[in-house]
Unconditional design. Structure first.
Length: 166
């Protein structure tokens, strides 16, 4: 089954390159492979990844939270680098250096997240981190073609801090 899944995944990647990633055939094959994998794993005595693990509410909520968080974050990174280079006219180096303040808040917040979670609980830390992310993205949505770097900075700082908490 593992080899079949590997071959199906490689074929889906090859199809994605030629048909486009949102091709109906590709999405259909991907869903069929995923369904086959789940059904196969449900029948195993000791599965590689038991789908039953996702019946735990905390794990499911955390997995969805991380998915949404990283989907938003990496989408933002792609767009902000395009904005800095194509709209503001910054060089690629200056655009990358413009994101350093976000990293400078991400590092200490992620280091302190475990200690904070031990004191106030995981749920509160995760909710606070997601609220920081949401607030940061609301601020960053105000950035336009004539916006200053300071507005971008006001969104980057809480974005980095929020990424370190959930």
């Amino acid at each position: 089954m593992g080899l079949a899944a590997l071959l199906a995944g490689a074929a889906a990647l090859a199809l994605g390159l030629s048909l486009g990633w949102l091709a109906f055939d590709l999405v259909g094959v991907g869903l069929l492979v995923l369904a086959g994998f789940v059904l196969f794993e449900l029948r195993q005595a000791s599965p590689m990844l038991s789908p039953r693990i996702f019946t735990r509410r905390g794990l499911s909520a955390g997995s969805i939270s991380i998915f949404v968080q990283f989907f938003a974050f990496f989408g933002f990174i792609f767009l902000v680098l395009q904005y800095l280079q194509l709209v503001r006219g910054d060089s690629p180096l200056v655009a990358a250096l413009s994101l350093i303040p976000m990293a400078l808040t991400l590092m200490p917040s992620s280091r302190g997240a475990a200690h904070l979670a031990a004191r106030v609980g995981n749920r509160r830390v995760c909710v606070a981190g997601l609220l920081l992310l949401t607030g940061a993205l609301v601020v960053l949505a105000q950035v336009d073609g004539n916006g200053s770097y300071w507005l971008l900075l006001c969104g980057l700082l809480p974005l980095g801090a929020g990424m370190g908490w959930p």
